[in-house]
Design a protein. Structure first.
Length: 651
């Protein structure tokens, strides 16, 4: 039953993706035909490939459960080829049922999943049920080919099982060496936890953030290797000690349960470790996806903090158009900046280089909306704030302030905070922007000035395509600012020239945007982020469910020796309640280990996000981690019910 359900789920997801590709509702979305459809084809291929690998692996458990039955047939004189045919036919029937059930579930859920995708993409369309007969026919053909191939593989497995007279002997380490490796693994895992705590502490220490990001590279192998060694050696050592300490072992059923659990754990070490690492990876991907979804919108608001932003010349025409179209402008903001030359330390070249610097007074910055100020570090009237582009946040020295910024004609800026949220949007600025105290601002001898405007608008800005086309002809990129590099800072200067619509700018040239509109990019951001959030979420959830079902099959699969132990316990007088408690402990141990270790390892993603993109990921990690616990908890509970039912019937 587990084999059928797990295979049906994989088939259902694959069928849903296939039906969405040519859905008429989605094809009416502009970017679907251009980009999203091609990417969906690629993801279907990837998902189909791993679905086949998963079915092949799980099919091995299906045959393994019938090992004793096949060997009995062999002892009764049945030919190995006949047994192989039996394995082939059983797999064929089960796979056909799984494909039909999965496709039926996909047809039922297709509209719901499509509505969810449309909602995430913020597309205002009514998603209707659509079923393409060609897609169903292709899926049926794929199911037949896949079923035949999987049945053939399981037929070979059936032949090989009865061909071997004895189970293969694997290399087993004795208790001493396992314990040594387990203690080493525990030390490695604890070292990874301590290093992870240092990564979290580095969030508030801007000078050591770059070092913390490098530290992550060796935390991952500590977790990766340490987890395996702990499961292989340390946990069995604890069970061994509990079995030999009277305080624990002479209490209730502990006298027999510790030894049984230790043998079950040793037999399933590799699969538990594999499920743990894959679960940690899936959790980390989900956290990155959720946080990335937030970062996309954060960057969007960083590029377009106002509905419309403009410099002085286009602003006059835009204001006139607002009045003409009776646009509902709720607030208008205006700030004046000065531009000059500065010597700024470049960590890539490890030297000072002349660059354009823009300066805004604290009074003008303080007059801007709180939503802009709250995105940057808090500063007072006498503080300095340096604003850099957020896409540079992973470069070494991004937040470093140990090198002073030398400004032409005035005092150097030494102590400062570092932020990334530009007033009026980073697309309106070239180079660095500094918010400086008012008296410092007035002392700067500017070589170029500009006034920026920003408008908060209720509903639409009502700027017509005709007006925007006319505005773009002259005012989209009105001029270029060039830094003339002299022999010293005082001999360097700025000069402006009209933009010649050139394709490439030299390193010392900076272009000035005339205006930016939030409406130009909002629908692109909504559709793209929603589409990829949908894909990654579906794939990660599918991975978690697949891993959970894999662990379920491992719990249900017991060898002859383990069944003999349970039957012996029943014969010596152990009650049904006590046997049930042993099965409950077994399921709890095999499911609890992946949950605990996966959560600890994936928590590192929170620190990475806090460091790299200045985005708190604690909330998404809490939500996703809680969902993971609930999902695996439900899977473990169902596994316990199925496991106990099988034990009760067998013994």
């Amino acid at each position: 039953m587990i084999y059928i359900l797990s295979s049906s789920f994989a088939v259902a997801v694959l069928t849903i993706f296939s039906t969405l590709i040519n859905d008429p509702t989605l094809r009416s979305v502009h970017y679907w035909n251009q980009t999203f459809q091609s990417f969906m084809y690629f993801m279907i291929f990837i998902f189909g490939f791993f679905t086949f690998i998963y079915m092949t692996y799980v099919g091995g458990f299906f045959i393994q459960q019938q090992k004793n039955e096949f060997r009995t047939y062999k002892k009764l004189g049945m030919s190995r080829w006949i047994i192989a045919v039996i394995g082939f036919l059983k797999t064929f029937i089960v796979q056909i049922i799984a494909w039909l059930l999965g496709m039926l579930v996909a047809i039922i859920l297709q509209k719901f999943v499509g509505m969810m995708l449309v909602y995430l993409m913020h597309v205002k369309l009514n998603f209707g049920f659509f079923l393409d007969p060609m897609v169903i026919w292709r899926m049926l053909k794929l199911g037949i080919y896949s079923t035949f191939l999987l049945s053939l593989i399981n037929g070979v497995r059936s032949y090989w099982i009865v061909r071997r007279q004895k189970d293969s002997h694997k290399l087993h380490l004795n208790l001493f060496f396992r314990s040594i490796f387990g203690i080493i693994g525990l030390l490695m895992f604890i070292g990874g936890i301590l290093a992870s705590l240092q990564v979290f502490q580095s969030v508030s220490d801007t000078q050591n953030i770059d070092l913390a990001l490098w530290r992550v590279l060796w935390i991952v192998p500590l977790y990766f290797i340490g987890t395996y060694l702990v499961i292989m050696g340390f946990v069995p050592l604890c069970l061994y000690l509990f079995d030999h300490i009277k305080l624990f072992s002479y209490h209730g059923i502990n006298l027999v349960s510790y030894k049984y659990l230790r043998k079950r754990l040793l037999r399933n070490t590799t699969i538990i470790w594999f499920i743990t690492e894959m679960s940690a990876l899936a959790l980390a991907i989900l956290v990155f996806c959720y946080a990335g979804y937030q970062v996309v919108y954060q960057n969007f608001s960083g590029a377009y903090p106002f509905e419309v932003s403009a410099i002085s010349d286009p602003a006059k025409k835009i204001k006139a158009e607002f009045a003409k179209e009776k646009t509902d402008v709720t607030h208008e903001y205006r700030s004046k900046i000065k531009r000059t030359v500065s010597y700024t330390f470049d960590s890539s070249s490890n030297q000072y280089e002349p660059k354009l610097i823009s300066l805004m007074s604290y009074s003008d910055y303080h007059a801007l909306p709180k939503r802009i100020q709250n995105k940057n570090p808090h500063i007072g009237p006498d503080d300095f704030l340096e604003l850099k582009n957020d896409y540079q946040s992973l470069t070494p020295g991004y937040r470093s302030t140990k090198h002073a910024v030398q400004v032409k004609g005035t005092k150097s800026i030494k102590n400062r905070s570092v932020g990334s949220f530009f007033p009026y949007g980073y697309m309106m600025f070239s180079g660095y922007l500094f918010v400086v105290p008012d008296n410092y601002y007035h002392n700067v001898q500017s070589e170029s000035t500009e006034t920026y405007y920003g408008w908060d608008i209720k509903h639409s800005d009502k700027l017509s395509n005709k007006f925007l086309k006319k505005l773009n002809q002259k005012n989209k990129n009105p001029y270029v600012i060039t830094v003339h590099i002299g022999s010293t800072l005082n001999k360097s200067y700025l000069y402006e020239k009209d933009d010649q619509k050139q394709n490439h700018y030299r390193p010392n040239e900076y272009y000035q945007n005339g205006y930016v509109r939030q409406a130009d990019a909002k629908h692109i951001i909504d559709q793209t982020s929603g589409f990829f959030l949908f894909l990654v979420s579906i794939f990660s959830i599918a991975l978690l469910i697949a891993l959970g079902s894999l662990l379920t099959l491992k719990v249900l699969l017991r060898d002859d020796n383990e069944w003999h132990q349970l039957k012996t316990l029943k014969k010596i007088g152990m009650t049904e309640r006590e046997l049930k408690q042993i099965v409950r402990r077994e399921t709890g141990l095999l499911f609890g280990l992946p949950i605990v270790f996966a959560l600890v390892q994936s928590s590192l993603s929170v620190g990475i996000l806090n460091l790299s993109v200045n985005q708190s990921a604690f909330k998404p990690f809490t939500v996703i981690g809680s969902a993971f616990i609930v999902l695996y908890g439900l899977t473990g509970w169902l596994t316990y019910i199925l496991s106990w039912r099988g034990v009760k019937q067998r013994i």
